[in-house]
Design a protein. Sequence first.
Lengths: 279, 268
Amino acid sequence: MSHHIVEVNQLRHVYPDGTMALRDVSFRIHHGESVAIIGANGAGKSTLLLHLNGYLTATAGTIRIGDHQLSRETLAEIRRTVGTVFQDPDDQLFMPTVFDDVAFGPLNQGLDVATVERRVADALERVGALELRNKPPYHLSGGEKKRVAVATVLSMLPEILVLDEPTAGLDPRARRQLLALLRDFHHTRIVTSHDLDMVLELCERTIVLHEGTVMADGPTLEIFGNDALLAACHLEKPFAMQGCPVCSPGRQHPLPLPQRPLVAPHGDGLHDHDHHHDH
Amino acid sequence: MLAIDGNLLDFKRLDLLALKESPVHRLDPRAKVLTTLVFILCVVSFDRYELAALLPFALYPVVLLALGDLPAGYIARKVAVVLPFAVMVGLFNPLFDRQVLLQLGPLDIWGGWLSCLSIVVRALLTAAAAIVLVAITGFPAICEALERLGMPRVFAVQLLFLYRYIFVLADEGGRVARARQLRACGTKGLGLRHFGPLVGHLLLRTWERAERVHMAMLARGFAGEVHTRRQGRFGAAEGAFLLGWGSLFVALRLYNLPHLLGQLLTGN
């Protein structure tokens, strides 16, 4: 099983109350690709992710992960292959200690204690949280919780990593740490996010969802360059691609800028800040 | 509600104490749980007027406190929490039970006073033993010990989840209450009218969270059984701990040590 292709074909999902969350969504993600799924609130991102690990069942359409078509029989295998990191780490970390939580998946796979111990140590090492192993989850900070949540999935050695809003609620430093961590993974990565700057850094390909349909699917830079598309889908360019508020006064900003200068007048430089435009 | 936040932090500290390293921390949780059970059984089974014979039992929590390197002041404050409840329970004994049992010079001591004091001392002793047990063992390990001692697994898992999410729920409750308080403009108390929606809201949130937790469990291959990796050993140290303390408690229960000491000293 070296080719972990994710193939979603004409996927449709209707919630019991009649809301159609996904309308005939199709895409194909190849081994090792890093793909972002973006869209406004209620576009269907979370619903789509919950299909990838078989938590929700499609109303119509099929999903193939690697060699398996998603069905009741292949569910266990697919959940081992697809590691899902949920948005709120408090949902993901439910065991009494960090160690127990990271060991939860491998123990469910029926591995022996020695293997589990090794897997847990490896996973915690990779996210830089080995020293937290005996702590209860409610004693961790937000950034620590997030990294441990990633470790709980890594310990199962998934081939495909699915992350729902990985940077939500993190402070800049914790966000930076997480990005560095995720960049080092050679898994197939599927990420949903409103943090388009993260998408720009992490994903070479982007799929845009709007009201349950795929509006665009292509190279991230190309999609973020398409102003009409972004506006139609209630999205905005990542900050890194917008002009610098100080040095490009003529740029179009969706909100009027304050009339007063952002830096106090006697602060000697409007221009002594570092200019890092990462594109 | 802000008081709840504070109490929660204080409670988390108790939890952190269990991470310390000491000879008593290292013992298998089962030995500590069983010993504490024997302790509690002995303490509560005394006659209701008994007071002096209870006092030597204080040795157990005090010794564990010292061996486990626990902060005495903090534990004492936690134990003191039960004091008002115990006093409430014993409060009316002196009014109803006026039989004179003891005379200290001109002072008649009614049986009610003795039984009231006895209740308070027992409450403090059992609370001290239980809190010290949590501080040197940790709640999850106690659950596991109970399970290995024969408690059905469902209860053990439920206790664990209760303990894990009580912090999250208290946080959420605290936030909701704060939001209400900040817009209550000085009106005191919750009031029945607002209490209903508030609790309903919390219930719904809990429900949703439970669903998401279950989702996270399924995603990691949960199939109805929570595996744990600990394989603590009930060895010689555990046996000695249980037998040593256990026999001391039973001896103290059967023979009134302060009474014997008094006899020895006065030569009667």
